[in-house]
Design a protein around this ligand. Structure first.
Ligand code: ADP
Length: 289
C-alpha cells in the first residue's frame, strides 16, 4: 500500500531575525504564578546609585524550578534587579537598596545574612563569557576548591560539565585553557563553573548576547534542561528568547524620572499573547523600546 509521504521538514540553521511582532508563545502549559512555590519574594524593592533611583517599589515572586525572564528596554533596571538577588550590587560604591527580598523565606539583607554564603546558593552567569585564564578543569574546580570540597573533585567536575552540556566537547582537553574554547563553549564552561558549587538558583544576565545563533540555541536548550533542578532568572533584551525559554516574565519600564518599575508580571504566554497593560503590548509589538 502506498502511503502519503510526510513532507520533509528542514531544521532551522539560524534563529529568525527579530520581527516587529509579538513572538510565538511557548508550548508548555501556562503556570499560574500564585500557585507555585517561591525561590524569591520581592516586596517594594527600590534601588539607588547615589541619589539616582534605578528601581521603584518592585513586588513579585520568583518561582522555584521555573525560568523567570526579566525584560524591558535598555536602562530600565533589569541588571540592577537581577544583581539584587545575590547582593552583587553591594560591591558598587554608593549603591543602596530598600524594601525586602526573601530567599526561601529568609531576608537576604537582614543582619544575619551572609552575602558570601548567599552567593554559594545563587550562581551567576554574565553577558560576556568570563572563564579564568586556567584550564577547563581548574575553571570548574575553582569554586569547590575554595569552598574546601572534600569529595571526588574529578567526578564533580565531570558532572558539572555534563550538566552544562559541555562534557562531550571537552572530555579530551580538560587541561587546555578555558580561553581556547569557542564563545559558546566558554559560556557553557561558565555555567559549569557556576553549577560546580551546587547552587540552587542560576542568575543569567543576557547570557547569549555575545553569542552566535547556534551557540544561543545550545544555551537555550540547556536552560530548558536545567530548570528541573534549578530556579533560573534570565535577563534578556530579546523578546523572542524570553518567549522561548521562560515560564514567567516580568516586564520593567523606566518612567519619566528614569527609574525602573514593574509594569506587568505573569505567565510568559499570557504576557505575550494577552498583556494586561497597554505599555506591555506597545513594547512586545515593537511600538517602542
Ligand atoms: P538595564 O539592565 O535594564 O539596561 P541597568 O540596571 O543596567 O538597566 O541600569 C538601570 C539604571 O541604573 C540606568 O539608569 C543606569 O544608568 C543606572 N546604573 C546602572 N549601573 C550603575 C552604576 N554602577 N552606577 C551608576 N548608575 C548605574
Amino acid at each position: 500500500m502506498v502511503t502519503a509521504q510526510e513532507p520533509r521538514v528542514r531544521p532551522p540553521i539560524h534563529t529568525p531575525v527579530v520581527a516587529m511582532r509579538a513572538p510565538e508563545p511557548a508550548a508548555e502549559p501556562v503556570p499560574e504564578p500564585s500557585t507555585l512555590e517561591h525561590a524569591f519574594e520581592l516586596r517594594d524593592l527600590s534601588a539607588w546609585y547615589g541619589s539616582a533611583q534605578a528601581l521603584r517599589d518592585i513586588t513579585f515572586d520568583i518561582p522555584k524550578n521555573h525560568v523567570t525572564a526579566i525584560i524591558g528596554p535598555s536602562g530600565c533596571g533589569k541588571s540592577t534587579l537581577i544583581r539584587c538577588l545575590n547582593r552583587m550590587n553591594d560591591l558598587i560604591p554608593g549603591f543602596r537598596a530598600g524594601g525586602h527580598i526573601a530567599y526561601h523565606g529568609e531576608d537576604i539583607n537582614g543582619p544575619e545574612a551572609d552575602p558570601v554564603l548567599l552567593r554559594r546558593h545563587i550562581g551567576m552567569v554574565f553577558q560576556k563569557p568570563n572563564p579564568f585564564p586556567k584550564s577547563v578543569f581548574d575553571n570548574v574546580a575553582f569554586g569547590p576548591r575554595i569552598n574546601g570540597y572534600s569529595g571526588d573533585l574529578r567526578a564533580l567536575v565531570e558532572e558539572s560539565l555534563r550538566r552544562a552540556a559541555l562534557w562531550d566537547e571537552v572530555r579530551d582537553k580538560l587541561g587546555a585553557s578555558g580561553l581556547a574554547l569557542s564563545g559558546g563553549q566558554q559560556q557553557r564552561l561558565c555555567i559549569a563553573r557556576a553549577l560546580a558549587v551546587e547552587p540552587d538558583v542560576l542568575l543569567m544576565d543576557e547570557p547569549c548576547s555575545a553569542l552566535d545563533p547556534i551557540a544561543t540555541y545550545r544555551i537555550e536548550e540547556l536552560i530548558a534542561d536545567l530548570k528541573r533542578d534549578y530556579s533560573i532568572v534570565i535577563v534578556t533584551h530579546n523578546m523572542q528568547q524570553a518567549s522561548r525559554v521562560s515560564d514567567l516574565t516580568a516586564f520593567l519600564l523606566a518612567g519619566e524620572e528614569r527609574m525602573g518599575e514593574l509594569v506587568e508580571f505573569g505567565a510568559t504566554r499570557d504576557l505575550f499573547t494577552n498583556p494586561k497593560d497597554e505599555r506591555t503590548e506597545a513594547y512586545i509589538t515593537g511600538r517602542f523600546g
